[in-house]
Design a protein around this ligand. Structure first.
Ligand SMILES: Cc1cc2nc3c(=O)[nH]c(=O)nc-3n(C[C@H](O)[C@H](O)[C@H](O)COP(=O)(O)O)c2cc1C
Length: 373
C-alpha cells in the first residue's frame, strides 16, 4: 500500500490513538488525546491518513487489541446471522481485510471488508479521495482499488472476529469481459469464509456498473450468484440514486430471487449544496450531506419490499439518535463509514451506548422490537 510506511513511521496512529484515548484516566485527558491524534491524522492527505489508520488498527488487532474495553450487548438476528449489536462498518474502509480484528475491537457488531475483485487492480489515478470537512462529508472515486480476492479472502479467513459478523463485499474488475462472471467468482470464493457476502452493484466509480441494478441484468446476476453462494446469506448493495420504478424493480427481484438483505445504500452522485472547496470533485459523496437521501431511500425500500427483505441502512449515520431513527424506519442493521473520519475510533462504541440508552428510555428490550416501529 503506498503511503503506508511514510504515513505510519513514528506517527501517532489510529489504533494507538484509540488505545491511548481509552487509557487516559479523565474525560479531559481522553478528549485532549483524541484531539491531538485527530489533528495529526487530518494533517495528512486523505488517502495517506486512511492507510495510516488501517495499518495502526491492523497492528493493534495483531497485538490482541489491548485496552479495547467491553461493549454493551445489543444482540439481534438478521438473515439467520447472530449479530452482537446492530452497528456495522460499511465496505470500503478495509478493502483488503488488513485490520479486521482491530475494527471489531472498536465495537462494531459487523465488519464488511472489500470491495474485492477477482484480480488485483490499482483503481483510479490519485488524487481520488477528498475530505469535505466543512460538510462532514467525503467524495471518493477510488475505483475498486484492491489487492484481489485471493489475498483478501485469505486474510479475512485468518482474522480474529472477536464474536462479530464478517461480511465480504465483492465486485467486478474494471476491464472484466463478463462482469456477472466476476461476481459469481467472488461469491463462490467468499462464501466459505464470510458470514454473509455482499454483491456491490452500486459503486459510481466503475463505469456502467450500476446498470446491473436493472431489469433482466439484475435478475440474471442474482440467479447466478444465488447458485454460487451455497448456504451463506447473500446481501445486495444498491445506490441511493434510483427512480421509483428502479426501486420497485430491485425490490421485486430481491424478493423473487431470495436476497437475504438489501444494503441501502452506497455513495451518491447527486450534489446537495456543499460548502467545501472539493465540492466539484467527481465521485461518490458520503457523510452528512447524504443523510436525508439515504433515509428517504430506506423508507422507499421498506414500502417497496413490504418488510419481506431485511434492510441495512447506510449513509450519513453518525450518532445513536440517527441509528435509532433508521431502525425505526425499517432497517434491521446500520453501517457507518464517513463519520469515522470526523468522529474517530470511538464512534461505534458511542453509537451502541446511545442506542442502548434510547431503547431503555422507550422500554424496548430487543433491537428487533424497534425495527419499523
Ligand atoms: C473512501 C470510500 C470508499 C468506499 N469504498 C466502497 C467499496 O469498496 N465498496 C462499497 O460497497 N462501498 C464503498 N463505499 C461506500 C460506503 O460503504 C458507504 O456505503 C457510503 O460511504 C455511505 O455511508 P457513510 O455516509 O456512512 O460514509 C466507500 C465509501 C468511501 C467514503
Amino acid at each position: 500500500m503506498d503511503g503506508f510506511d511514510t504515513a505510519t513511521g513514528g506517527f501517532l496512529q489510529w489504533g494507538a490513538g484509540a488505545c491511548l484515548i481509552r487509557r487516559a484516566r479523565s474525560a479531559k485527558t481522553r478528549f485532549m488525546a483524541s484531539l491531538r491524534f485527530h489533528r495529526a491524522l487530518h494533517a495528512l492527505d486523505a488517502e495517506r491518513a486512511h492507510h495510516a489508520a488501517i495499518a495502526a488498527l491492523g497492528r493493534w488487532g495483531a497485538l490482541g487489541a489491548p485496552f479495547a474495553g467491553a461493549m454493551p450487548r445489543l444482540p439481534t438476528r438478521v438473515a439467520g446471522i447472530d449479530f452482537p449489536n446492530p452497528v456495522g462498518l460499511a465496505a470500503g474502509l478495509d478493502k483488503d481485510a488488513r485490520a479486521v480484528a482491530g475494527l471489531f475491537a472498536l465495537g462494531f457488531g459487523a465488519v464488511e471488508v472489500g470491495t474485492l475483485t477477482p484480480l488485483p487492480q490499482p483503481g483510479n489515478p490519485k488524487p481520488r479521495l477528498f475530505r469535505l470537512a466543512e460538510d462532514r462529508a467525503v467524495i471518493n472515486r477510488m475505483g475498486f482499488n484492491n489487492g484481489g480476492q485471493a489475498a483478501g479472502i485469505a486474510r479475512a479467513a485468518a482474522a480474529d472476529r472477536r464474536g462479530g459478523v464478517l461480511g465480504i463485499n465483492v465486485g467486478a474488475n474494471n476491464d472484466a469481459a463478463d462482469r456477472v462472471a466476476d461476481y459469481v467468482a467472488g461469491v463462490a470464493a467468499a462464501a466459505p469464509v464470510a458470514d454473509y457476502v455482499t454483491i456491490n452493484v452500486s459503486s459510481p466509480n466503475t463505469p456502467g456498473l450500476r446498470d446491473l441494478q436493472e431489469g433482466p441484468a439484475l435478475a440474471d446476476l442474482l440467479a447466478r450468484c444465488a447458485a454460487a453462494k451455497s448456504a451463506t446469506p447473500l446481501f445486495l448493495k444498491v445506490a441511493p440514486d434510483l427512480t421509483p420504478a428502479q426501486i420497485d424493480g430491485i425490490a421485486r427481484a430481491a424478493i423473487d430471487r431470495g436476497v437475504d438483505a438489501l444494503i441501502v445504500g452506497n455513495t451518491t452522485i447527486s450534489r446537495p449544496p456543499l460548502a467545501s472547496r472539493h465540492a466539484g470533485e467527481i465521485g461518490g459523496l458520503s457523510g452528512a450531506p447524504l443523510r436525508s437521501l439515504a433515509a428517504e431511500r430506506l423508507r422507499d425500500f421498506r414500502v417497496a419490499t413490504g418488510g419481506a427483505v431485511p434492510l441495512v441502512a447506510v449513509g450519513g449515520i453518525d450518532s445513536g439518535v440517527e441509528a435509532y431513527a433508521r431502525l425505526r424506519a425499517g432497517a434491521s442493521l446500520v453501517q457507518v463509514y464517513s463519520a469515522l473520519v470526523y468522529e474517530g475510533p470511538g464512534l461505534a462504541r458511542r453509537i451502541v451506548h446511545e442506542l442502548a440508552a434510547l431503547m431503555a428510555r422507550d422500554g424496548a428490550t430487543s433491537v428487533s422490537e424497534v425495527v419499523g416501529r
